[in-house]
Design a protein. Structure first.
Length: 248
């Protein structure tokens, strides 16, 4: 959550120095995207957000943290896979150690032992892998239900889906329940962050997403234009990204 908040703060700061024509070039499908954004935003306002608020109220904080830790631990499989695809073998070794420690000593990941012993949590996905090897992001794209993306990141979602450990659950109802709990847990974690949203919601989320993805793909190495903003991520190691996703 702290990393996601830092990502949004970076976007807000970067927004002030981003040339207007740059946003236009990155979002040539703005008409379509705004329609999809409105659809997602309406669904969130009347369905997902109320459920997340109820979840946040009834779930004790320690238990809610445990659920978040559990899903973060499942996400290590995706991260390790993309570590290897990016030839980050040292990071892959550390992330594998973290996965093993949290899965065993941490009771299936409910307790984040890895962070307590100094194993930094990283987040890599196939969209970042494509960017690492030079694939450009392409235009900004709002996906129905899934929210902010780019052409490159949208293409990377399916490989990430294939390595999701929840796919090993053969019982459909159980698997759907796990996926639903993940969505609710993530949305509940964003209830405080959304208070930062200002001005035009669509533009805010677009810039937040694009700035944060640029930071992730570059492993924290920003252009000179963003030198002052890099300090916002001083608690992240190179190659580390957020473990959360925007809800738009």
């Amino acid at each position: 959550m702290k990393k996601l908040l830092s990502g949004i703060l970076l976007a807000v700061a970067g927004w002030t120095v981003l040339p207007a024509h740059a946003s236009q070039e990155a979002d040539p499908w703005e008409g379509f995207n705004r329609v999809m954004f409105t659809f997602n935003d309406t669904l969130d306002r009347y369905l997902l957000k109320p459920v997340a608020i109820g979840y946040d109220k009834v779930m004790p904080d320690p238990l809610q943290n445990g659920v978040s830790n559990f899903f973060n631990n499942l996400g290590e499989v995706k991260t390790i896979t993309n570590d290897l695809l990016q030839a980050k073998f040292g990071q892959a070794g550390l992330d594998t150690t973290r996965l093993l420690v949290n899965t065993t000593v941490g009771l299936g990941g409910f307790i984040d032992i890895g962070s307590r012993i100094g194993l930094q949590q990283n987040d890599e996905d196939f969209g970042q892998t494509l960017g690492y090897w030079g694939v450009v992001s392409g235009p900004y794209l709002v996906l129905p239900l899934l929210g902010s993306s780019t052409v490159r990141d949208a293409a990377g979602r399916y490989p990430d889906y294939l390595v999701n450990p929840s796919n090993l659950v053969e019982h459909d109802r159980t698997r759907y329940s796990i996926d639903a709990l993940y969505v609710i847990d993530v949305r509940a974690g964003l209830l405080e962050v959304e208070k930062l949203v200002a001005a035009d919601r669509y533009t805010f989320f677009r810039e937040a997403y694009m700035q944060r993805r640029e930071f992730q793909v570059r492993d924290g190495v920003m252009d000179d234009d963003f030198e002052g903003e890099e300090d916002l991520f001083e608690d992240e190691e190179p190659g580390d990204g957020s473990t959360e996703e925007e809800f738009e």
